[in-house]
Design a protein around this ligand. Structure first.
Ligand code: GLC
Length: 524
């Protein structure tokens, strides 16, 4: 292959939600030394890079997405020295480290906002968005996006909580300060950033009212009742993205990933022209698309066709904001989903715990932590269920913490569903993930090969990945019934089944069991 591929193209990204990964100091919340302790596990699993959700000093109103200091570590997670140690040990194991960068808003406790709200004439007043009268924009987490500040008698804008005021990215001083934040961590050796809430960073200059969404129905998430015509995805955002890229290019081999909940057509625009945009605008469409063969097949084709030349695809199955895949599609289909994620063309991102099939944990009302659930109750908005502690073993609290209570309750099945139990079970969900990850690493067709659609019907999705002479066919049964597939290709050899119990020849027919996926190498 003429084209060289970088670590973030070949590799697998694993999202660590640090509060819930491993607690090393018995305070009930996960921390940086906890992640360092589990690097060996991540290396065993075959992870190439970890993305860690925010670790910065924060009042934790939005669990770290309310940053009070961009260049330090919150004591709950440890110290900067703990971070340096994690980075050093990760790099020694050839694991890259990606941090979360939250440019859209700070905490209301950030010194910049404290100054900004001190008086109308403060030098930092214009670092945030202040107006005499609010427009109709809504907060993602419920209610108006504007809060009245008694002291200076103006409203400030917050796309999220009132404790998360939006920075004014039209102010060049804000831009410079925020580019320096990237440099601070890049200088330490951080390998990249996942950029939070990117679509909202630039707002329309005049802040006009957003139009109503004709498709919204009462009872649904109230935030969706307006279109985000003027509050997100503005043309000027591309200039900022170009600057992010320029800063990243001051360093070698770094990656920029963007959190962008956008249609495929708008999403791919963020690759930018001639490689001037993001390396990986997060593709969340496997989360948004119904779990049905025609729908998924259509999604893959649409995405593949929309990608600009030289853009590298990526796929996400779950994260700390969305119901877990095992809950969305059920335990049996979650295995098929893992095979899909790890055999599609493009960088996969795996959410911690999904590798053992963790499911959403129902949270009793008195234990709810997420402000989203408090502010917008009754529609299942809360994100605690997918943020519960990692289940390491069958010890008390699943080996997550030595504290009496973890910050969120554990799943009630942790005694059987945990990393240790699954490591010694050759057919477990964890063994399936590891086998898929190693197969993907071993076979260039799977890590960097082309994608070709082969066949879809109501139950089946079949595609091929190929590079040079290596041709790999993936056949997924998205139904709970047995299916037969006319092979219509050279005979093949089964490399892996989601049931982890099969090898042998395929063709002229493949019998698929309920909820089974198969990867086969075609004879030349
Ligand atoms: C992103 C994060 C989410 C957070 C929000 C505000 O969507 O993924 O967890 O609450 O931004 O920062």
């Amino acid at each position: 292959m003429a084209q060289p591929f970088t670590w973030w193209q070949r590799g697998l990204i694993y999202q660590v939600y640090p509060r819930s990964f491993l607690d090393s100091n018995a305070d009930g919340t996960g921390d940086l030394p906890g992640i360092t302790q589990k690097l060996e596990y991540l290396q065993w699993l075959g992870v190439d890079a970890i993305w860690i959700s925010p670790i910065y000093p924060s009042p934790m109103v939005d669990f770290g997405y309310d940053v009070a200091n961009y260049t330090d570590v919150d004591p709950i997670f440890g110290t900067l020295a703990d971070f340096d140690e994690l980075l050093k040990q990760a790099h020694a194991k050839d694991i890259r480290v990606i941090l979360d960068y939250v440019p859209n808003h700070t905490s209301d406790q950030h010194p910049w906002f404290r100054e900004s709200r001190a008086s109308r004439t403060n030098a930092k007043r214009d670092w945030y968005i202040w107006r005499d009268t609010p427009n109709n924009w809504l907060s993602v987490f419920g209610g108006s996006a504007w809060t009245f500040d008694e002291a200076t008698r103006q409203y400030y804008y917050h796309a999220y909580l009132k404790e998360q005021p939006d920075l004014n990215w039209r102010n060049p001083a804000v831009q410079d300060a925020m580019y320096d934040v990237l440099r601070f961590w890049f200088d330490k050796g951080v390998d990249g950033f996942r950029i939070d809430a990117l679509r909202q960073v630039m707002k329309h200059q005049d802040l006009p009212d957003n139009p109503p969404n004709p498709n919204w129905q009462p009872g649904r998430d109230p935030y969706q009742s307006l279109l985000l015509t003027y509050s997100a995805d503005q043309p000027e955002l591309m200039d900022v993205v170009h600057r992010f890229r320029e800063v990243a290019e001051e360093y070698k081999d770094r990656v920029l990933i963007g959190e962008l909940w956008l249609s495929i057509q708008r999403l791919v625009a963020y690759y930018g022209e001639n490689g001037r945009g993001l390396h990986l605008p997060f593709n969340f469409h496997l989360i948004l698309t119904p779990w049905q063969a025609h729908q998924i097949s259509g999604l893959i084709d649409t995405y593949e066709q929309a990608l600009p030349p030289d853009a590298w695809p990526n796929w996400v199955l779950g994260n700390h904001d969305r119901s877990r895949i095992a809950t969305r599609v059920g335990a049996a289909q979650a295995r098929v989903a893992a095979m899909l994620l790890l055999t599609l063309r493009g960088t996969p991102t795996l959410y911690n715990g999904d590798e053992i099939g963790m499911h959403d944990v129902p949270i009793p009302p008195e234990l709810v932590q997420d402000p989203f659930e408090h502010n917008v109750p009754g529609i299942g908005a809360g994100r605690d269920p997918e943020r519960t502690p990692l289940q390491w073993n069958d010890f008390p609290n699943a080996g997550f913490t030595a504290a009496k209570e973890p910050w969120l309750p554990l799943a009630d099945d942790y005694r059987s569903c945990n990393v240790a139990a699954q490591q010694s079970d050759p057919r477990s969900m964890l063994s399936l993930h590891r086998a898929l990850i190693y197969l993907r690493r071993k076979m260039p067709a799977l890590s960097v090969g082309t994608y070709m659609h082969v066949y879809t019907d109501d139950d089946l999705l079949v595609y091929e990945r190929a590079v040079a002479q290596e041709r790999v066919r993936v056949a997924l049964n998205l139904s709970h019934r047995e299916r037969q597939l006319e092979w219509r290709a050279p005979r093949g050899k089964v490399l892996l089944s989601t049931h982890l119990d099969r090898d042998g020849e395929v063709g002229p027919r493949l019998d698929l069991r309920p909820d089974e996926g198969v990867v086969a190498l075609l004879d030349q």
